[in-house]
Design a protein around this ligand. Structure first.
Ligand SMILES: [Zn+2]
Length: 151
């Protein structure tokens, strides 16, 4: 018997997001851009947090009279996190270098059309026909050209 994919809420959220990213970014070029932006935003955020934590740590070293109860993040918590972030930033940097290599690839319109076609099979529109029809009705005004065509 084939194993059923896990249906816990985390996995379901993942399947949904996975399909959405195929549906909304169905070409090779769009996936390149999406993943580049995603890596860059992750890096920007992690770098900013690293800077911020380093600043906070050196401020504390200058003001040794800050009492422990005034710190809502402990020194050890900051030091540990900075260590973790250092590895994360190094990994992200490596991923960025690999992404640059992927960016060297460019496909013709014919191949991009194939991407779109397969994307459509992999992650078809989640809205069923009834919802689509209902949606169209909601967006129609009585005198829109669409309405006249239907009647
Ligand atoms: Zn799961």
């Amino acid at each position: 018997m084939a194993e059923e994919p896990c249906q816990c809420s985390d996995c379901q959220r993942f399947y949904k997001e996975h399909d959405r990213l195929i549906r909304e970014f169905p070409t090779f070029k769009q996936q390149q851009e999406l993943n580049w932006a995603s890596i860059q935003s992750f890096r920007t955020l992690c770098n900013k947090i690293t800077e911020e934590l380093q600043r906070e740590l050196s401020e504390r070293q200058l003001n040794e009279d800050i009492r422990p109860e005034e710190k809502h993040i402990s020194d050890i918590e900051i030091t540990d996190s900075l260590e973790e972030l250092e590895s994360v930033n190094a990994y992200l940097y490596s991923i960025e270098a690999l992404m640059e290599r992927i960016f060297d690839t460019k496909f013709s319109n014919n191949i991009e059309s194939k991407f779109k076609e397969i994307a459509n099979e992999l992650a078809p529109d989640p809205l069923n026909m009834d919802r689509l029809i209902l949606n169209r009705l909601f967006h129609q005004t009585p005198d829109s050209p669409d309405r006249k065509n239907i009647n």
